[in-house]
Design a protein around this ligand. Sequence first.
Ligand code: SAM
Length: 296
Amino acid sequence: MEKRIATPTVTREILADYQIRLSKALGQNFLIDGNIIEKIVNIAEIKSGDQIIEIGPGIGSLTQALLERIEDGRLFAIEKDERMVRILKELFQAEQLTLIHRDVLDIDWPEFFTENALLDKPVKLAANLPYYITTPIIMGLLEARVPVERYVFMVQKEVAERMVAKPGGKDYGALSIAVQYYTRPEICHIVPPSVFIPQPDVKSAIIKLETNETPPVQLEDERFFFQIVQAIFQQRRKNLKNSLSKAANIRLDRELIEESLQEMGIPEGTRGEMLDLSEIGQLSNILFKGMEDKVN
Ligand code: SAM
């Protein structure tokens, strides 16, 4: 494909040639602004030889720019819509590109990395994500702990704000904690609806997640920590003592909760959403040790 796909004219031409009606249900809002594509590729610092995974390539506006930058690298593009896969096959013949016709949520990431020999060198992810499944895609990747050095995603602005949120505000929640535990998130650019066809109802943001080599807090038990996070934010209007003692996913006795809060010098009436990541980590470590001591 010689022409730039990320322009209103070429995008409309391709969609008309293939008689495509874009699907709202699949979050198909295509980028038609070359400057925004350039920003994504620059923020991701895509360079020759890189191994990239793109989620939801659509008709290839970002794919095209990625392929130009990686030269002899490799690009894996995962797309659910068969019509897009057919178009991409006709538009791109580059041997660096592997097209995968699948629902991204069905991908077992450790298996995917092994099968595609992606474990020896760091991988970058770049995507204009389908907004309706942003959180499961990101959580699935982070929890899989595959060797991704950097994620650069176009997401809904509100979701980007939740990822970078600090304690106290309405945006702060389980997503903020998980993203900030695994990565260092940064909102790089706010993007208006006018750079997409069709225009979404919401503003967007380019977010960069830089993977933490060592987590920002040392945990006794990671699974237990995320159970505590879930308990705190599922009942965010309750104070810590109540939300922890009513946690559906773990049985914590009130005495242990009281002792643990006291040890940390946290007043019992404090709401969990006031604690930062390292305080929640510390609290979960104290509770975990307390539970172990009771068993032994
Ligand atoms: N990258 C293109 C662009 O920027 O113009 C398209 C981005 S569009 C926001 C999201 C893309 O994700 C669409 O092509 C859509 O078909 C695809 N998609 C939606 N749900 C998907 C899923 N579950 N698995 C893989 N791809 C999906």
